[in-house]
Design a protein around this ligand. Sequence first.
Ligand code: DGJ
Length: 736
Amino acid sequence: MPIVFHSGSREFHIFNKDVSYIIEIMENNELGHLYYGKRLKDRESFSYLHQEEARPLAALAGNTPSKLCLQYARQEYPSYGKGDYRYGAYIIEQPNGSKITKFEYISHKIYNGKKEIKPLPSTYVEQEGEATSIEIVLFDKIINTEFILTYTVFENRPVITRNVKFVNKGNLSLIIQSAMSACIDFPDREFEMIHLSGAWARERHVKTRKIEQGIQSVYSMRGASSAEHNPFIAMKRVGTIEDFGEVFGFSLVYSGSFLGQVEVCSHDTTRIIMGIHPNTFTWILGEGQDFQTPELVMVYSDCGLNKMSQTYHELYRTRLVRGYWRDRERPVLLNNWEATYMDFTEDGIIQLAKKAKDIGVELFVLDDGWFGTRDDDTQGLGDWYANLNKLPDGISGLSRKVEALGLKFGLWIEPEMVNKNSELYRAHPDWILSTPDRFESPSRYQHVLDYSRPEVVDAIFHMLDQLLSTSKISYIKWDMNRYITECYSRGASSLEQGMVMHKYILGVYSLYARLLDKYPELLFESCSSGGARFDPGMLYYSPQVWCSDNTDAVERLKIQYGTSMVYPVSTMGAHVSAIPNHQVNRITPLKTRGNVAYFGAFGYELDLNLLSDEEQKEVTEQIVQYKQYRKLIHQGTFYRIESPFEQEDTAWIVVSEDKKEAIAVYFFNLHHANVGWLCFKLKGLDSDKQYVLSLNDKEVSMSGSELMYAGIPLDRNKEGKKYGDFSSLLFYIREE
Ligand code: DGJ
């Protein structure tokens, strides 16, 4: 049994072969935290790990002779106000204005499996014995309210998930002002914090910093998880690198405003809290009501960052992504956005689709500009029916014509948004989030529909349903091109306004769920001005996410490398685009553009009419090759080898589960004159296996040990002279 309760010591030990997590019921009946890390052999009591000392100025949590002092105790789900001056995990305001609570242990339940936490997305299990869960129930008798802390430990993965549910069993109306998904108190501060931060077109760059006494955090108060910070932090031991050392990952399955905060106290303990951002949240918990927090997924690795990432990749690819597309090979697509922007005709689109078919593309995607009066971005959002001036036979006709060419048809929508210049806005001006009588901040000329109101979600569902049921649509790119401002709903009372931002994202999830219920084979690609909502919550509905609006191959190396910290290759939408690149004007070889986009959900986003015959031949070969490797690329184990954040070049490899084949790539950045040779050392192969690969146009045979420890010798001077800057080498390696 991987979860044990020792009744004598009143300790819970959650463990598997890799990891241990130990909780105690403290003398005041609240929960204390004893240990999280590499697996410990179980024993009756780990009470020696409880550190207790009544320091000067400390307030006690029990009468003398108790020395329990919450300021210095490591706790499981703490609150502010009873002597602990750190940020707590929750705040509940009561009708008398007090925020003091005391949740005491009353019971627990251990069971096989893992429950859903509807209406929120979460990881899941499929087989008997895959995971074990425990629910620990704590109760505050003054406010007649309980919270249930749920932990799940996976049998064969170094993964523990957590979530919290609040249940009001009394008749007081409570206001939850903060409800984190988890708190983890470490006994020391010997960590560096990794986070994925950036902005539009440079999302998820890897940032690493030494933590210090005080607060360090990542967050979003934008209503989306954001391009600025991803809902992920990793705490690594100083010295931990890709393939060595200890690291703890924390990834929140949530797509709205979030907080991930690390607090080091004056006695050098480290507290991590992660959950919905309290600044944009309050929740009224009336009599008999409950509130469910999002899930936090904690991954432990004692052999470096690659292992942590591989654990997230495998878990998210197989136990978060679900449905028809989970294990299926994703279609190679052509998206018309960078080819035509909004300026297209049906003839032009058909012409492009024909070319796409000729080179081996499987799915044609029509992007923004096909609906309402959408000739530019000032108008049309909200009117999800075809612009018949551009598409005389509507989407129904166009989709059938594209299918007749032997391609699947996909369509862009932005269902959470409305332009003031639209039929939808004119009919329902009160459906946008905005404060009465005040300025309504536009962004890209658009406003956010109030998805906290079920009738708004319902109306959009019916419009989309009409479209989907009358056309041949296999794929939807669901975009979201602005953040929330003036988060006020005309459908909510003054007291309920603090609930709107969270209800908004629940509304988004509910629309995804309804569409998938009715159209289970629809492939969604989530998008938010590129990668501004690339998070685990989205992956539950949308197996792939457009990684970034930045399609430059060199810029993409950093973005995809950073994204790989948590997210599988199969989830990263990545396209070959035109040169000079539309975002940075850079010219890169077609081969490198292909090699970068290969490590993602692959496609093209350029005007195929402008390709030379030679280029057409090259992309045709690129697609043939991709189809041959895509299963390996999407389902193999991904290892980062060279980091673009640490030096000029970038390299990575994907190895099949049986280690019989692999695909490795080395990206050169700028070439320099008269430099030394390079040994490209691979990872993840079987050192005893004999492999073949093509090197300098010749098949060579090398053992896994040679490939990993001696490396593939590469002559940089020759490579530079032959191909110039930004060249790259792709190696397919198979067992001999
Ligand atoms: C932002 C997306 O990221 C782009 O790919 C494109 O779909 C535009 N929106 C369309 O407006």
